[in-house]
Write a protein that binds this ligand. Sequence first.
Ligand code: NOJ
Length: 945
Amino acid sequence: MQSNAVRQAALLYLIILLLQGSLAIDKHDFRTCAQTPFCREHRRAECSHEKYVLAADPIINPTNVTGTIIRIGTPDVSFPFSVAFHGEGVVHLLINETTAIDAPPRVQAAGVLNATIPAPVPISVVFRDSDHLIVGPPRTSARVRIGLHPFSVHVSHQGESLLSINRHGGLYMKPSTNTPAPSSFNGFQDPNPHGDTAVSLDVDYPDQFTLTGLPEHTDGLFLSHTLAGEPYRFYNTDAFRYETNSRMALYASFPVVNAISDSGHASTFLWMNPSETWVDVRQKPENNAQIRGRGSALSWVSETGLIDVFIAFGSTPAESSESLMSIMGAPTVPPLWSLGYHQSRWNYRDESDVRDVIGRFESHNLPLDTIWLDIEYTDGKRYFTWDEAKFPDPAQLQGDIRAAGRRLVTIVDPHIKVTGAQGVYPMWDAFEAAGAWIMDGATPILPAGEGGGGVDPEYSGDPEAEEGDPRGYIITTTDNDGDTDHNDISPSPPFIGDCWPGASQYPDFIDPDVKATWASFIANNITNTTLGDWTWLWNDMNEPSVFAGPEGVMPRHARHLSGVEHRAVHNLYGLHHAIATHAGLVARRPDERPFLLTRAAFPGVHRYAAVWTGDNTASWTHLGATVPMLLGLGATGTPWVGADVGGFFDDPSPEMLVRWYQVGTMMPFFRGHAHLDTKRREPWLFGDDITALIRNALHIRYSLLPLIYSEFIKAGQVGSPILRPLIYDFFDDRETHSIDTQATIGPLLFAPVVRPSATHIDVYLPNGSSWYQFSIRDELGQPLTGGQWHHLPVTLSTLPIFQKGGTVFWTKDTLRHTTVAMVRDPYTMRVALDDAVDPADRRAEGELAVMGSGPNDGVLATSVVIEASSSPSARFVLNNSPSGPSSGLGSLEVGRIVILGLKACSKIWVAGGEQLDFTLDEAAAMVTVRRPGVAIDEQWSILIK
Ligand code: NOJ
């Protein structure tokens, strides 16, 4: 029996590997809208829904408007609603259902909003007649107009319309009936015991708004017209080998849309519903069809739940980001080391392989901060254990990694190997003792054997055949104590699915007690013999992936400990896995900001973890899709993102690998990673030239770390994205409203080359300033004019980066092996003067933020301005004005000042001090000052003649 089980588990594993190795995603494994009953129904019925009207006059309370809407024709079911302002820049609309039927309540998405959000602010009535009610916080220009017959909600700010809800009659809430509505897909039955409870809504945007978002998808940053194809789908799925130019669901769901108008007014719409969701985008014919996403109407539908939406807004995109942050919380500020380069592979074979890879990074003079271990480090895919044959001395290995100033990251997936008896696998014991497993729910419905949904055709679907007899000894008890905790839910065996370890159980991370169990396991069981203090974590397969499950994930009818069906919260699972892991890491090292990477995600994840885009492919189209994908995630509130550099599947050509690394330099999270079956592709394996090109890309990344870290610190204060679409900062330049292949970080614009054999690249530089080419070696051309496209020559070594005129930023230019080794290096301050017509008006400014690695460390911020000097003896003055603590931050010395845009210079001196040596390159209009003897944490002025 046992050997049979082991054979079957091995076979399943092999087949999954083979499936993962196949050349493209099998679309038939995933439902289309037409194969999804509520989506099909919604598309058919759209705009023909009966109207909703108010049952009685709305009630105007001090801080919200409430009321009840009913559907014409079915007045017996009522839908209470409320509209409130959470601060001046956030509107919340909630619509629920009141029903006499004994149906499960519609659940609100937990963990998305910050623990505390601003309380609703007082509102007053601005206008009222028999059809409309207009309210807003007093002394602000934010307004909500509520249409009473039919019910609609229109939001405006400073007199500009932001969006209208239910303008097209798309509001719908299917009344609960508690009547089963079974369906099947690919041989998987969904008993859907409580029946169809779908919710939908339409949101219309005025013509002058350009819409971006709805990540994670590969369909570009700007929203595309969907009515001729599939809607955008949100259903966290293990979509390995996913396609580009597709709106299929991937690993993470961010049902969020950003809208930016030509005047800069901006809003972010959050559809806070964690059940399966589809979004149709209708580009209105009156709008220019060439500009994707402009002035579109969106139609949202979710399988169940509430209509629970937040609209954050402001008069600029930055103001809108701040409004969003007020309810979603600040993005976590990653530790500096984690912004360096991460080297991963499924898998580094054993301890000597790991040591060898690290050693070669050193001997090839390639910076590396973090080495990763994938699932093969474990003993039989039991996370938090080591395969002792491959890793005989993990403590020593981790100690050596630490001693060299590097970190280790290991994978910890959510599925727990079914172990069968206490005392074998502590992690299973802990969750078993806590009664923490997601339950089977309805009678387990196993695949009919057609092999749909990524199912191994050889797999019986019977977990008993996998490992002993798990159902025989796992009993979820009821305590019948009369309270409402989850133990009162009728007993059901735990859900047993299959993933890397074979038969597995899944902790219910959405349950607070289970989160605490997981966190304390992490905090207490990580020691130097398992995972040491400098080892951080990676949460994968947390959609949650279930190999033989419908669409490769957990069945919808599985039941959470609260009694809620999995369908109601599916897209939340990965977020809560990450929240629990993050809590464990914080409890283990309260003095350090943690590092965690997660694959599945939902809004809210930005407070806890980095997110990567899963199993991409080493292809030019995937490389091309990367920047738009990362931009979409950042612009909707999740800035700490990256993609597998090199492409997870297949083997990149050396040329493609170099281009991937160049794109990596601008990824907020920068990791090379590859599938088990790919050829080894460490940077030194393709000859010295390629190694040098990759070294150059890594050198650029490391030199930019002060800027990238500073942007993250700023994001933690104001919620801005790190990698930004051009439209975010240059909304008044209409050309930027369709560019998603270039991006900015602070004052730098990146235009990476993502095509093979490129000899030229077309780069758009936004108007309003000139742009200086950035080079760590100061090989500069003439500044380029903004507001036009430039056709520029490139070679394989070219990564086009430009600094906007009128800005200042900081780099650290010496190539080192780790971020730790850079701590004592001085900063280079890089000034690019603007091109004001009157030379006396020329100026530049910038800010740098630096902080330590602790969660409560203060921020040292310095602000630099260069402008015309009021002293007759100097033309310019460069002032440095710091604030905040500076201890423990390493060297704060300014080692070099590079000033671009100065064609003449006769003298430079520190006010009240020494004259400074400098060089002037007249052709490049560049002045370089070496060792000015100033530091970023000191107040000083430098005068320039
Ligand atoms: C799937 C992940 O997406 C991939 O990055 C990882 O290497 C494999 N699981 C194995 O853990």
